[in-house]
Design a protein around this ligand. Structure first.
Ligand SMILES: Nc1ncnc2c1ncn2[C@@H]1O[C@H](COP(=O)(O)OP(=O)(O)OP(=O)(O)O)[C@@H](O)[C@H]1O
Ligand SMILES: [Mg+2]
Length: 273
C-alpha cells in the first residue's frame, strides 16, 4: 500500500491581530417611500496598527456610514467590527473622530476647547496642570499656540479645523477616524493642513482611517487606499497599497511616475472607466 508523505510546512509567520477588523458587514436604511434601502454591500477589511487608510468613492456610496459604524455611532445590519479583538457596539474613547464641520464650543477659547475634552474624559488620571500642558502641546503641534486664547469666532475656518484636530489627537485614541476633515477649506489652507496632517501622522504613529474626495490627498497621506464602487450595496472594489516611503516629500512625490500612474488609476476608477 502506497503512502504519500508530505513534508511539514515551514511555520507561517502569524500576521498580527488587526487593530480594526471588519467582517462581513452590510448596512441599509429604511426609507418612508421606498422601504429598506441597502447602502453598504458585504465588506471585509483588516486594518493593522499604525496604518493610514483612506476610503474614497462616489458621493452617497456609504463612506461616512462605514466610518460611523467603526466609530460605534451606527450599527451594522450583518457582520461585525472589532477594535483590538473586541466588538465595537458603542462610541469609545479609543476611537477619535474629526468631521468636516468642527464642532467647537463657541464661548470657549481654542485652549479651553481642547482642555474641556481632556477634563471630561472619564478615563483621565492626569492633574489639571498636566492636562493644560497636554492641551498646549497639541495646539503647538497644529501651529496654533499663538491663537490659543482666541474663541472660535475669532479664528479662520482652517484654524478652527486645526483646533478640532488638536482636540481629537490630544485624547490620544488608538484609532483616529477622519471624515473629509479638510473638505470645507479653500485650496491653499487645505494644502497647508494636508502637510501638517502628514507631519502629525508621521510623528504620532497612530492608526488613521480617513474619508476624502481628493485623490492627491489620499496619495500623500495613505499607506492603503480603499476604493468603493457605486451603490446600492456598494463594496470596496480596490485595496491599493501606496508604495511611497516615509517620511514623504511632496515635491518628490509629484515627480514620481508611480504617483502619476496611481493617480490616473484612482481617477479612472472613481469615474467608472
Ligand atoms: N441615518 C440615515 N438614514 C437614512 N439614510 C441614510 C442615513 N445615513 C446615510 N443615509 C443614506 O445612505 C447613503 C450613503 O450615505 P453616506 O453619508 O455614507 O455617503 P458618503 O459616501 O459619505 O457620501 P458623500 O461622499 O456625499 O459624503 C446616502 O444615500 C444617504 O442618504
Ligand atoms: Mg460622507
Amino acid at each position: 500500500m502506497s503512502q504519500t508523505i508530505t513534508a511539514p510546512h515551514a511555520a507561517e509567520p502569524t500576521a498580527p491581530e488587526p487593530v480594526v477588523k471588519i467582517e462581513g458587514i452590510t448596512k441599509g436604511f429604511p426609507d418612508r417611500k421606498k422601504g429598506f434601502q441597502p447602502i453598504v454591500g458585504l465588506t471585509d477589511v483588516d486594518i493593522q496598527e499604525g496604518e493610514f487608510i483612506t476610503i474614497i468613492g462616489p458621493s452617497g456610496c456609504g463612506k461616512s456610514t462605514i466610518l460611523k459604524m467603526i466609530a460605534g455611532l451606527e450599527s451594522a445590519d450583518e457582520g461585525s467590527i472589532r477594535l483590538a479583538g473586541k466588538p465595537i457596539d458603542a462610541p469609545s474613547r479609543e476611537l477619535g473622530i474629526v468631521f468636516q464641520q468642527h464642532v467647537l464650543l463657541p464661548w470657549m477659547s481654542a485652549r479651553q476647547n481642547v482642555l474641556f475634552a481632556l477634563e471630561t474624559d472619564p478615563h483621565n488620571t492626569r492633574s489639571k496642570s498636566q492636562l493644560e500642558s497636554l492641551a498646549d502641546e497639541y495646539l503647538e503641534l497644529v501651529n496654533l499656540s499663538h491663537a490659543a486664547d482666541r474663541r472660535p469666532a475669532q479664528l479662520s475656518g482652517g484654524m478652527q479645523q486645526r483646533v478640532g484636530i488638536a482636540r481629537a489627537f490630544a485624547l490620544e485614541p488608538k484609532v483616529m477616524l477622519l471624515d473629509e476633515p479638510l473638505g470645507a477649506l479653500d485650496a491653499l489652507t487645505r494644502h497647508e493642513l494636508q502637510l501638517q496632517l502628514l507631519e502629525l501622522c508621521e510623528q504620532q504613529k497612530r492608526t488613521f482611517i480617513m474619508v476624502t474626495h481628493d485623490v492627491d490627498e489620499a496619495l500623500l497621506l495613505s499607506d492603503r487606499i480603499l476604493v468603493m464602487g457605486t451603490g446600492p450595496r456598494a463594496q470596496i472594489v480596490h485595496d491599493i497599497a501606496v508604495p511611497f516611503s516615509r517620511p514623504r516629500d511632496v515635491e518628490n512625490l509629484e515627480q514620481d511616475p508611480k504617483c502619476h500612474e496611481l493617480r490616473g488609476f484612482l481617477l479612472n476608477s472613481l469615474t467608472g472607466h
